[in-house]
Design a protein around this ligand. Structure first.
Ligand SMILES: NC(=O)c1ccc[n+]([C@@H]2O[C@H](COP(=O)([O-])OP(=O)(O)OC[C@H]3O[C@@H](n4cnc5c(N)ncnc54)[C@H](OP(=O)(O)O)[C@@H]3O)[C@@H](O)[C@H]2O)c1
Length: 306
């Protein structure tokens, strides 16, 4: 099939291009002018900033894809400018998605696969939630409420697009290039003793190895299934389990504990929420509908090792 990958220089997008080509697909990459040299070799390139509607329309029309894959975020900026990283990522999820959908339809594409997140649910109900659980659009932190609002808008746009749409809600990514990699920001924080365990560490994280994110995107490109899918490993775990394990694997001292009510001030609202209150995400629907299953079923066998 002819597949256009937007975000082809990213932690997921770059290996995804290779994985799709290995399956025999004709892949083109939508990239910004300044990022052309980071595209995998031997791939057709079309140039556009996703926030520039006219440029996206022209680029997608030139690529003539059957399937469009949206793997764009600005989260690479998180270390240097978190406010810009979240604001731009929200725009890529709303305006960027709308531009891609308009362009995909105009170019005659029939399918869209878009990246979302599996940790945007409101912390209510079962400890591990399915895709029908309400999103935390009314989170008490305005920044997180805005992020979740943009996620909800992306999912609505895909659902109403008139294309066969699949939204992949990725779990917390680990593996090469991610913040949990040994050289990533999360690992550096743990090694420096800057990621303590608040309260009883009951917040649940559903992790996902970056290779499994790539394989789920390949499965979604090749599937006819539509809807929203949690793409997470099989082992949702509370912070009280994964954080000490991660520290040990990194060779860091065990995380100290702090009172839960100090966590938002010390760690920021989102990390405090993730470590104390978040619920996990069940992957049954992706397994059944996409025929995908994680090759890394548990973070216990790899988090912090690469
Ligand atoms: N999902 C999560 O679990 C989560 C949460 C927080 C942090 N993170 C971290 O974020 C990264 C996630 O990987 P990812 O593949 O989603 O992100 P990524 O590696 O930052 O890739 C994002 C892609 O979007 C493209 N892009 C950004 N702005 C664009 C624009 N205006 N127009 C066109 N393309 C644009 C980038 O291209 P350029 O090369 O031009 O920039 C890049 O190809 C990991 O490092 C992960 O640890 C992930």
């Amino acid at each position: 099939m002819r597949v256009l990958v937007a975000g082809a220089t990213g932690v997921i997008g770059h290996p995804l291009v290779g994985a799709l080509r290995a399956r025999g697909h004709e892949v083109s990459a939508l990239v910004r002018q300044e990022s052309r040299q980071r595209v995998p070799e031997a791939v057709e390139v079309v140039v556009a900033d996703a926030l520039d509607r006219e440029a996206v329309l022209a680029a997608v029309s030139a690529a003539r894809p059957e399937v469009v894959v949206h793997q764009m975020t600005a989260l690479r900026l998180l270390g240097e400018d978190p406010v810009a990283a979240f604001a731009l990522t929200a725009r890529l999820r709303t305006e960027g998605t709308a531009h891609l959908i308009e362009a995909a339809r105009a170019a005659g594409a029939r399918r869209l696969v878009a990246q979302s997140i599996a940790f945007a649910a409101a912390p209510a109900g079962q400890p591990v939630l399915d895709e029908d659980a309400p999103l935390y659009v009314d989170a008490p932190d305005p920044g997180w409420a805005a992020t979740v609002g943009a996620v909800a808008e992306l999912e609505r746009l895909v659902s109403d697009s008139g294309l066969a749409g699949a939204v992949l809600r990725y779990g917390t990514l680990y593996g090469p290039g991610t913040s949990y990699a040994r050289d990533g920001g999360g690992a550096q924080a743990v090694l420096a003793g800057q990621l303590p365990l608040p309260g009883d560490g009951a917040g649940i994280t559903s992790f996902l190895h970056v290779d499994d994110a790539v394989q789920a995107a390949v499965a979604a490109v090749e599937s006819e299934a539509t809807g929203v899918f949690h793409v997470t490993d099989d082992d949702p775990a509370p912070a009280a389990q994964w954080l000490p394990h991660y520290a040990h694997t990194l060779g860091a001292p065990p995380p100290r504990t702090i009172p839960a009510d100090l966590a938002p001030r010390l760690l920021g609202w989102f990390m405090a929420h993730q470590l104390t209150a978040a619920h996990g995400a069940a992957n049954d629907r992706a397994r059944t509908a996409l025929g995908w299953k994680p090759l890394h079923p548990s973070w216990r066998d790899g988090l912090g090792e690469e």
